[in-house]
Design a protein around this ligand. Structure first.
Ligand code: ZN
Length: 351
């Protein structure tokens, strides 16, 4: 026989910390019990909402057949409209929105690409703010930059992403934007100093590429040349590009990490104290973690003593007495004579 459940019964269940989802499926609810459940649903949907099986489905898997730029158009179209491709397009949009919210992009700046076959990639369109990207904006291109599918025109900087993918087989996804602090280092043409924060050391390996016109093959080549050893590349007087062998989100994480790091060390450099750095063995441990994660880094083969002694960056304001024996240049001879006369007088008085 079915149990009759009143509003009072539901209140008792909730008071004991119970879950109304455990009510018998054939229970008969009184009108006041129904009202209460409806109320709970409205205000605390998580408490009583039973997820439909379809809502808990796993991420779509990549198609078993690897496509390329010569695949029949119908197959490319079917792929481009598949659940797997839609999922990747949505991931790009989510990352685009995060880039915009963090002010890592300006105007229509920034672009992303994901490798989806032997020589094809899904990428962002040109002239669209990353803050308003939609899955339907995405383009499919071959590795020469020719657009295969998509209604909007592909990004003008696609060659850099594609040359990177061609050169480094591990590149699955790449992200480019202009985060202000990291871009400031790119403008100064210097890689941020190392050996200060663990996340930066584990997730990023930062190289600097010289300036070339954005979108030009020369720019793409200079970035691609660095991808064997670096996953985060500062493009001089331009911005940053990151790549990942796992996901577009991981490429985006690198952007957050390098930007937060640059901001932190700029502030640390203004505190008037020497900056503490890791010891060689501490750094070695971080690099071991990095290697185990499959990330690249040019320092894997170095000895511990070589890891943290090669920084050529110094905080903006540095005051230090010259080392003994180091020639002092630039002193005014007259001032020097005056200092000597005063010192002699003081010493004479002390006698
Ligand atoms: Zn750019």
């Amino acid at each position: 026989m079915s149990t009759v459940i009143s509003a009072k019964d539901i209140e008792n269940i909730l008071a004991r910390g119970g879950d109304v989802k455990s009510l018998p499926a054939d229970a008969i609810l009184t009108p006041s019990a129904k009202d209460l459940l409806r109320d709970l649903n409205r205000h605390q949907p998580a408490v009583v909402a039973v997820p439909a099986p379809a809502a808990v489905s796993a991420a779509p898997v990549a198609p078993s057949k690897t496509l390329n730029s010569k695949s029949p158009k119908a197959e490319l179209e079917a792929f481009f409209n598949s659940a797997y491709a839609l999922d990747l397009k949505e991931q790009i949009c989510t990352m685009g929105h995060r880039l915009w919210e963090r002010a890592y992009v300006d105007g229509n700046g920034g672009n992303m690409a994901i490798r989806v076959g032997e020589d094809i990639a899904i990428c962002t369109p040109t002239l669209v703010s990353k803050g308003s990207l939609k899955p339907s904006d995405m383009c499919l291109v071959d590795f020469e930059g020719n657009q295969l599918l998509g209604t909007k025109k592909r990004t003008s900087e696609i060659l850099m992403h594609l040359q990177t993918m061609k050169r480094q087989p591990k590149v699955f996804a790449s992200c480019h934007c202009h985060p202000p602090y990291a871009t400031a280092f790119a403008v100064a043409g210097i890689a941020p100093p190392t050996c200060m924060l663990p996340e930066y050391e584990v997730f990023c390996a930062v190289g600097v590429a010289p300036y070339r016109t954005p979108g030009s093959p020369e720019m793409g080549k200079l970035v691609a040349d660095l991808t064997d050893q670096y996953n985060t590349i500062l493009m001089a007087n331009h911005g940053v590009v990151t790549w990942s062998h796992n996901s577009i989100e991981e490429a985006y994480w690198r952007m957050e990490i390098v930007e937060a790091y640059c901001r932190t060390i700029v502030v640390a450099g203004q505190l008037g104290k020497p900056i503490n750095t890791f010891t060689g063995p501490q750094m070695k441990e971080l690099l071991n973690i990095k290697q185990s994660l499959g990330f690249v880094d040019p320092r894997f083969g170095l000895k511990e003593c070589e890891l943290c002694d090669s920084n050529d960056w110094r905080p903006g304001v540095a005051c230090a007495a010259p080392a003994p024996g180091e020639p002092v240049v630039g002193l005014d001879p007259e001032a020097e004579a005056a200092v000597k006369a005063i010192t002699d007088q003081i010493l004479a008085r002390l006698k």
